[in-house]
Write a protein that binds this ligand. Structure first.
Ligand code: KG4
Length: 360
């Protein structure tokens, strides 16, 4: 039996649903295609233009999105073997993120939806990161698409850690998510990136610290940990204490950073992970939640992944860690979130504007 939902002028069939998603919230231009909940393609163009500035330059990011969006969308459709006229809807990241970057993706999504007379589905970037855990890739031996090792059951706690966010989210369903703790200042990714910059490492510094930490002694140096009540985080004090620690040691030894880089990275990384894990553990115990997931760019960190698995082993909690390709910004997660919204018949008007800040 075919089920149809009528929305405005669209008659929506609930099978052979093909959605193209566009992600452009920061410095990755990404497009993906999903059919009936199965991911067919996921193409991302990262922007190297920011490296020399030690951080994302919003205006340059918008321009790079403009250059990348047509070839990226084209490649996603081709890899999926889908033509634009077959699409059921266009999903796009509406926010939060950089306004100029979001404008490029939003405008492109609107144009494509209008041209094909199909609905638009807006997606919250933070929800999409969490829903990346539900991505089901097409099974093919030569598929370049990563598959999720496990799918969480509701309710679960998700540690959402990226360059702009550090949150503990209680996920009650695909649509019902509650932030129970979040950073009151910098995000964990910012702490990685800013401390890396202080050590003269390239941007983004998180992956560099991760790599160097593997060679270092995590007990070599101690850095201040914040004392914040509840489940909230704070990382700005750590950054300052790291800066002062280096400044003091450089007075006695101008090669201090070079001679201790691996130990500094390992100690800093351990401190950030301890801060993240302690609050997460407290939240899981208090709320009696036994499934834990991690999402966002910082979830690529090998030390954090290991610490989460260890936490799961100790407490017999189920831990869900996404494949690397779904940790940083990608359109596959936007596709997945858009697909759930499509099934609920939730669409957005053509005059929707992006938003820089929003809650989950
Ligand atoms: O989610 P994301 O791609 O972008 C947003 O912030 O939306 O996250 C980017 C952040 C950066 O701060 C980057 O340094 C961090 O994720 N990151 C890592 C690692 N890979 C990326 N941090 C620590 N270890 C990593 N392996």
């Amino acid at each position: 039996m075919r089920i149809c939902i009528f929305f405005r002028t669209f008659a929506l069939e609930m099978e052979n649903i093909i959605i193209l998603a566009i992600e452009s919230s920061c410095d990755d231009t990404s497009a993906a295609v999903i059919r009936d909940g199965v991911l067919l393609s996921n193409v991302t163009a990262s922007q190297s233009v920011h490296e020399e500035f030690g951080g994302v330059v919003p205006e340059l990011a918008s321009r790079a999105h403009q250059l990348n969006i047509v070839p990226v969308v084209d490649a996603a459709l081709k890899r999926a073997g889908i033509q634009a006229k077959e699409l059921s809807a266009i999903a796009f990241t509406r926010g939060p993120g950089l306004l100029g970057s979001l404008l490029v993706g939003t405008s492109f999504a609107k144009g494509l939806a209008l041209a094909n007379n199909i609905p638009l589905v807006e997606v919250n970037h933070l929800q999409a990161h969490i829903l990346a855990h539900f991505i089901t890739p097409a099974q093919s031996p030569d598929s370049p698409i990563a598959s999720s090792p496990s799918t969480p059951s509701f309710p679960f706690l998700c540690l959402l850690v990226s360059g702009g966010n550090s949150q503990i989210v209680l996920v009650k369903s695909y649509r019902d998510m509650e932030i129970i703790g979040q950073t009151i200042d910098d995000a964990a990714g910012e702490a990685f990136d800013k401390c890396a910059k202080i050590m003269g490492l390239p941007y983004p510094g998180g992956p560099w610290i991760d790599r160097l930490a593997k060679e270092g002694n995590a007990e070599a140096f101690q850095f201040a940990k914040p004392n914040i009540p509840g489940y909230n985080y704070s990382f700005s004090g750590l950054k300052t204490s790291f800066l002062y620690f280096l400044r003091d040691n450089l007075k006695d030894n101008r090669n201090f950073i070079e001679e201790n880089k691996a130990d500094l990275c390992a100690s800093l990384q351990k401190t950030i992970i301890d801060i993240l894990i302690n609050k997460l553990k407290k939240a899981a115990k208090d709320l009696k939640v036994t499934e834990i997931a991690v999402a966002g760019g910082v979830s690529a960190n090998s030390g954090l992944r290991e610490a989460l698995l260890d936490l799961g082993r100790r407490h017999r909690w189920m831990v869900h860690i996404p494949p690397f390709s779904y940790t940083t910004d990608n359109a596959a997660m936007v596709c997945q979130a858009g697909y759930f919204k499509y099934l609920d018949g939730e669409f957005c008007p053509m005059d929707a504007t992006p938003y820089a800040k929003t809650k989950i």
